[in-house]
Write a protein that binds this ligand. Structure first.
Ligand code: MSP
Length: 746
């Protein structure tokens, strides 16, 4: 339940801010569409609404993704953030603001927030030695080698001097707060999970990092950057004006804070329901009124995410069926708070069944008949018979059911009840058949029936349309015009949802021209969408092979959506040393660990690999070392790997066909190698030890399943094996016997 009742005059709601390591997909569109529908409904109820979304641009994950794409973090973030912004436009999202965490207003506010926590004694300096999951930007409890409890990826050892937030001081305060505010977080599963996490004990939280620099510097100690989750959460207040001296900003902050609702994905509830309230309590600021977690959109059995490579883009659906179809499908098909499957089949079924044949067909029948029988002018309804009374009562029932269900975020039930009215109105039309005059009915009697039935059905449509407007804004706007009601946006500004009583459609109203709302999806709609997605994947892969962002001119022309895509998918955030040739001069010496996430992938999967967190588990607390203790370096314990780890590395015999120096790169050679089944280019840092001409014809061993990467503007697709001698000199591995090209080493 939202707490709008306590503050009916204004409403502030937010989406999570999206990481810019990945281009937007349907999973991101889902939360944004939900928020948009809520914002539209609030505004149409006359509530002064502020709807915020934005992008989360700092942190190690983004820094690495940018590096891998051969871009500066700024360029990378700007490009992907632009993708989000333009997608929201395409989907008709009505956010009032879009914040980027790299903006000055955010940096200023975040530094002020950090300084406030420090001044109030809630931040102290200590040292941290423990595990960190870069993908989730999360401290993880456990020894070296612990996998991230959220996403299952390998964690990295962090051992550095950090600032700590006294989270432990808030354990009881938080529990008291949850108790006193039972509506603060939901659904129930989230509430239970969060409470049990806090009851399990809270440890102080490291809130700064020194081992990378892509973040907001700690004020007064600039070698530290502020922990990306602290930086990200503060966006909800910096966007309103926290930290600004401008009176207009201060007024906005005073007006809209605290937020009425933070809408989030379920896996980030701990950050929003534990850390964020604790930070705010420490800063002496009011807490948000509610946090609501949506479930995951699943595709092909798993959470839709770039790292799984199972994404569908919102643009694809929008292009083929329109944005409203997507909005309707997501809100109708998935009970809010639960995971839900996305499938093209189900989407097209809903489109044809509920929209084209349901609402769309009903509107078209009525508007066409008003034109045909009454010259497009709504007739006087006349005296009500039992049938009209029944429909009027059904409309009142739908009206009474829709609002509370919607406001409880139970969109699916709200739509279901409204579609019962669609079906009843349709049945009412069919039963009364205004298009057919039986022989025993006079012409005047028939005209009266036509007037009564069409005016009544049109009134039902008006109510349906007003209610569904937040979910189907484009289509509702068309229907509003056809009903002769003018601009729906104007009606929304006049709070039309607060006066929807039966009888609003007046006789004499001139109807607009009939126009199709949802042309039935063509037979090949599914194939069309699949093709666009395939084409897009191909484009992304080509872009990855070219080293990162595709230029627009390089994208396929047959898929319009693909043309606008920024190709940021080439991220392998698990790699510790993904860098340019300058940083990784000796690519051939087996310095690069290969783990599952970096293991064998087709180019397509490599291009899709990235960083979205997955599992819902109650996460482990971080374990900072006691305050002021000297940093403990990670002890290098012998690390055993299993046979499964070994076979993940695809070692193959290859023959060097071409070897040449690269201008201005002293250490690198460009090799073309033959694997028997394919030829590839590999860049190897062996130029100081091998004459290129002597290498041609030589058989070598390569790691064939290393994700491609770019060095000096060239793609390197694989890695040579060599022994590394003292001083770094490499000696290439090879065979005494003759071995066929492509043979696998086991
Ligand atoms: N940057 C953080 C949020 C910071 S908020 C102060 C983050 N970013 S994210 O890009 O990884 O995820 C943003 C939101 O998208 C999350 O709420 C996440 O749950 C949501 N989704 C990403 N994939 C999703 C699905 N497949 N299904 C539903 N929501 C999904 O976390």
């Amino acid at each position: 339940m939202t707490n709008s009742a306590s503050q009916p005059s204004r409403y502030y709601l937010t989406t999570p801010i999206y990481y810019v390591n990945a281009r937007p997909h349907l999973g991101h569109a889902y939360s944004t569409i939900v928020c948009d529908a809520i914002a539209r409904r609030k505004r149409a109820q006359g509530i002064d609404t502020w709807f915020l979304t934005g992008t989360d641009e700092h942190g190690q994950k983004i820094e690495r993704s940018a590096e891998l794409a051969g871009r500066t973090p700024e360029e990378f973030a700007t490009a992907i953030s632009g993708e989000f912004r333009s997608l929201w436009k395409q989907l008709g999202i009505t956010n009032d603001d879009f914040i980027r965490t790299t903006e000055e207003r955010h940096k200023r506010g975040t530094q002020k927030f950090f300084a406030t926590l420090r001044d109030k004694g809630f931040i102290y300096k200590g040292s941290y030695s423990g595990q960190y999951c870069v993908s989730d930007e999360l401290y993880v409890d456990g020894p070296v080698g612990t996998l991230c409890p959220d996403c299952g990826r390998e964690t990295e050892t962090v051992s550095e001097e950090n600032y700590f937030f006294k989270l432990s001081a808030f354990e009881h305060k938080l529990l008291e707060f949850y108790e006193a505010n039972p509506d603060f977080m939901g659904p129930e599963s989230t509430r239970r999970e969060v409470i049990s996490f806090v009851r399990g004990g809270l440890k102080d939280l490291s809130v700064s990092r020194t081992s990378f620099s892509w973040g907001i510097p700690v004020p007064g100690d600039e070698k530290h950057v502020i922990y990306v989750w602290l930086d990200a959460l503060v966006n909800y207040i910096t966007a309103l004006g926290y930290g600004s001296d401008d009176p207009a900003d201060q007024a906005r902050f005073a007006k809209f804070w605290p937020a009425d609702m933070h809408l989030i994905g379920k896996e980030i509830s701990r950050f929003h329901c534990v850390y964020w309230p604790a930070f705010l309590m420490a800063a002496g600021l009011p807490l948000p009124r509610s946090v609501r977690a949506n479930g995951w959109l699943l595709f092909d059995q798993g959470k839709m995410s770039k790292s799984r490579g199972n994404i569908v883009r919102a643009e694809t659906v929008q292009q083929v069926l329109g944005a409203d179809a997507l909005r309707y499908f997501l809100l109708r098909e998935i009970p809010f708070g639960q995971d839900g499957n996305f499938s093209f089949d189900a989407l097209v079924q809903r489109f044809n069944g509920d929209l084209a044949n349901g609402y769309g067909n009903l509107v078209s029948r009525v508007v066409n008949m008003v034109h045909k029988y009454f010259g497009g002018v709504l007739p006087e309804v006349g005296a009500e018979t039992e049938a009209e009374t029944a429909l009027r009562e059904s409309a009142a029932k739908a009206l009474a059911a829709f609002g509370p269900a919607f406001d409880e975020l139970n969109f699916s039930d709200a739509l279901k009840s409204l579609w019962e009215l669609v079906a009843e109105t349709d049945g009412y039309l069919t039963a009364n058949a205004p298009w057919k005059r039986p022989a025993d009915r006079s012409e005047a009697g028939h005209a009266a029936l036509q007037a009564r039935v069409l005016a009544t059905a049109a009134e039902a449509i008006r109510i349906i349309t007003a209610l569904v407007y937040p979910i189907l804004p484009e289509s509702a706007a068309k229907v509003w015009q056809q009903l002769g009601q003018g601009e729906i946006a104007t009606a929304a500004k006049q709070s039309f949802l607060t006066h929807l009583a039966w009888g609003g459609l007046k006789a004499g109203t001139k109807f607009g021209e009939p126009a199709p709302l949802f042309p039935r999806a063509e037979k090949d709609a599914i194939e069309q969408m699949q093709k666009i997605e395939e084409q897009n994947t191909k484009t992304v892969v080509e872009a990855a092979a070219k080293g990162g962002f595709a230029r627009k001119s390089e994208t396929a022309t047959s898929a319009p959506a693909a043309k606008t895509a920024v190709k940021g998918a080439i991220v392998s955030e698990n790699s510790e040393k993904q860098a340019s040739a300058e940083d990784v001069p000796v690519d051939s010496v087996g310095a690069e660990p290969v783990d599952e996430a970096k293991g064998y992938e087709t180019l397509a999967r490599a291009a899709k690999k990235s960083a979205v967190a997955v599992a819902p588990a109650v996460p482990a607390a971080q374990t900072p070392a006691p305050p002021q203790a000297p940093a403990t370096p990670a002890v290098a314990e012998p690390q055993y790997i299993s046979i499964d780890d070994v076979i993940k590395v695809d070692l193959r015999v290859a023959q060097i066909l071409v070897a040449e120096r690269i201008p201005k790169a002293d250490k690198l050679l460009r090799l073309e190698v033959d694997l028997g089944y394919e030829k590839r280019q590999i860049l190897a840092g062996i130029a100081q030890y091998y004459e290129p001409e002597k290498l041609v014809g030589r058989k070598i061993i390569i790691v064939a399943n290393l994700a491609p990467r770019k060095m000096r503007g060239l793609i390197s697709n694989g890695m040579l094996l060599a022994a590394s001698l003292e001083g770094g000199a490499p000696v290439l591995a090879g065979f005494l016997e003759d071995v066929p090209l492509g043979a696998r080493l086991k």
